[in-house]
Design a protein around this ligand. Structure first.
Ligand code: PGA
Length: 253
């Protein structure tokens, strides 16, 4: 079963490297008093070096693995602005978020691009956190419609990687309407969909699948998601970059 995970997706925060160090140190201190939880932080790539140094400074901090928020599918070359899997590995990065709905929305990522990134990152030894989630207009039609949408997104996302054997993928279920909106999913619906996603990923060839829930997770509801046996943890945005919020969240685990 393994420990439940709390993955902090810092997005485009904080504003300075100094604050990034503070945020990491605060997260590591909280993780240290919650050894039953696997805390992972995903800072903006520009702060990875800062966080790597902060991890080295304390033995407890080294127990908090690092994730990146994106990766390009080519290892190297004339791809201005891009960062490849091996570069991330060389910075002690173990996890990578791929296909977040904000990447899809603001950076035009399609399922085809996501699939290439998943395959490249997995081949390079990164643990992939593949994000999927239905838009509000789909969810309005009900949970069955959402499942139909998600089945396509999950299988398209992992198909390429699964051809070579896909072990240890993490799928984050993040309904688009729940992200950053304060409107989170009913924990029972989230658990049902998480079980469905696990089944779909297995049918598409993935093994040892973990499923996270994400979307406006806060201190009041985190327990109702990660307490469900179908859900292996939470992907947390807003509450992972505000130290006060994060403290409350860990307190309620
Ligand atoms: P949120 O973000 O917790 O701020 O809704 C979650 C995410 O997008 O990963």
């Amino acid at each position: 079963m393994g420990r439940k995970m709390i993955v902090g997706n810092w997005k485009e925060h904080p504003a300075t490297a100094r604050e990034a160090k503070r945020l990491f140190d605060a997260t590591a201190a909280l993780a240290d008093v919650h050894p039953d939880i696997q805390a992972i932080v995903c800072p903006p790539a520009i702060y990875l070096g800062t966080v790597v140094e902060a991890r080295k400074a304390k033995r407890s901090a080294a127990k908090v693995p690092l994730g990146a928020q994106d990766v390009f599918y080519e290892e190297k070359g004339a791809f201005t602005g891009a960062i490849g899997s091996k570069m991330l590995r060389s910075m002690d990065v173990e996890y990578v978020i791929i296909g977040h709905s904000e990447r899809r929305k603001w950076f035009g990522e399609t399922d085809a691009v996501v699939a290439k990134k998943v395959a490249a990152a997995h081949a390079a030894g990164l643990r992939v956190i593949l994000c999927v989630g239905e838009p509000p207009e789909v969810r309005k039609k009900g949970v069955a419609a959402a499942k139909h949408y998600l089945a396509a997104q999950v299988s398209r996302g992992i198909k390429q990687a699964a051809k070579k054997g896909l072990w240890g993928i993490i799928v984050a279920y993040e309904p688009i309407w729940a992200i950053g909106s304060g409107r989170n999913d009913d924990p029972r619906d989230a658990a049902e969909v998480a079980a469905f996603i696990r089944k779909t990923a297995r049918m598409a060839g993935a093994r040892n699948v973990k499923v996270l829930y994400g979307g406006s997770v806060n201190d009041r509801d985190v327990g109702s998601y990660i307490g469900a046996k179908e859900i292996d943890g939470a992907l947390v945005g807003g509450a992972s970059v505000a130290i006060g919020e994060l403290k409350k969240l860990f307190k309620n685990l």
